[in-house]
Design a protein around this ligand. Sequence first.
Ligand SMILES: Cc1cc2nc3c(=O)[nH]c(=O)nc-3n(C[C@H](O)[C@H](O)[C@H](O)COP(=O)(O)OP(=O)(O)OC[C@H]3O[C@@H](n4cnc5c(N)ncnc54)[C@H](O)[C@@H]3O)c2cc1C
Length: 395
Amino acid sequence: MPEASSDRVTADVVVIGGGLIGAASAWRLAVAGLDVAVVVGEPGAGASRVAAGMLAPVSETTFTEEALLALNLASMRRYPEFVAEVSQASGLPSGFRPGPTISVAYNADDAARLGVLADYLSRLGLESQRLTSREARGVEPLLAPTIRGGLLVPGDASCDNRVLLDALAVAGDRAGVRTVPGFVHHVVTAADRVTGVVLADGSPITAGAVVLANGAWAGQITGIPPVPVRPIKGQILRLDPGRFPQPGVVVRAFTRGTEVYLVPRDGGRELVVGATVEELGFDHRVTAGGVYELLRDARLAVPMSSEYVLAETSVGYRPGTPDNAPVLGHGGMDGLVLATGHYRNGVLLTPVTADIVAEVVLHDRVPAVAEPFGLARFVRSLQIGVASELKETHT
Ligand SMILES: Cc1cc2nc3c(=O)[nH]c(=O)nc-3n(C[C@H](O)[C@H](O)[C@H](O)COP(=O)(O)OP(=O)(O)OC[C@H]3O[C@@H](n4cnc5c(N)ncnc54)[C@H](O)[C@@H]3O)c2cc1C
């Protein structure tokens, strides 16, 4: 356990942020025998509680993001073992639900878009199967009869992120992770090496390593090289199907050029419908337009969804980076480890990120799968940004 004296806490490692990334990393490090303190911020405000929990490396494949695809697939491969370990360590369910995932198209344009995705997946050798409208409704009978066809991805699954987060907190607790309420204000350094953090209330924690895992807020910590992470707002809904049937599989739909997804939970108690993607900073408003569009598009794909009760509306902030990929590994000074910027895939990327953090902290080694995601890839543009800011203020 970390030691606490009258006003000083010491630990081997301080993890900043208690979302899925921070909690999983802290647990891994504690199991490896380190004294770990996690400064948790405001746990309810993190994206990890808000997210839909799709584990969709294949369905989310995007042109030109092949390095990210490799990382996503590596994490997906680890999921079954990871959740089994979390469940065993915590004595709690993990929320994991195996695939498949089905993507469907609403009109001819949407079908063309789905066709382009299907061709790309088959060129990459990723398992997926084109379906006619009738075949798609054979897989998911609640789909609208008007849909133009579908794409079945057997390997894409889901995980109830709230259930996983609760299990990770207990697993961490049992492994000796110490939870520290509050917000880190800055990282303390001496001769280019981190020596701990100071919280917003002025209290210090001394540690030989600091893991930056505070999601969309990562750019706010001072005392370290800048990390180019920004919040990308997402509004998301939770529906209660009540006595009505709900989809048995994850449904993703292209509807008149927009995208919506419906993620069922075990037991039929909740269907998650998401999500808007908005560049509005930390704007916490749930808007009429956001809710309307999500419900409208969900109904086009699964008409039954309009019978469900609107049980919860929420907003989360995806930690976005300039290239939509996470920032992992060394943070530009000894002892600083980065684990942020997971954007749309942080639930999926939790197992691989925790392993990468453990490898860097314990063995000072960045695993090959993480090499493309270092801070260095942004350093040139950050320097240009700083240089142009300086120029502007001097002209
Ligand atoms: C609407 C929506 C839907 C999503 N759907 C999916 C999905 O289906 N699948 C998927 O894989 N991903 C999804 N994501 C993305 C995923 O939720 C995130 O990538 C992931 O949760 C990031 O986890 P995190 O632990 O890095 O950050 P968070 O969960 O945001 O946790 C960061 C924590 O750090 C705390 N904090 C902030 N500042 C400080 C500080 N100074 N000191 C201490 N603590 C601090 C915060 O209070 C917060 O609790 C979705 C995101 C959103 C918003």
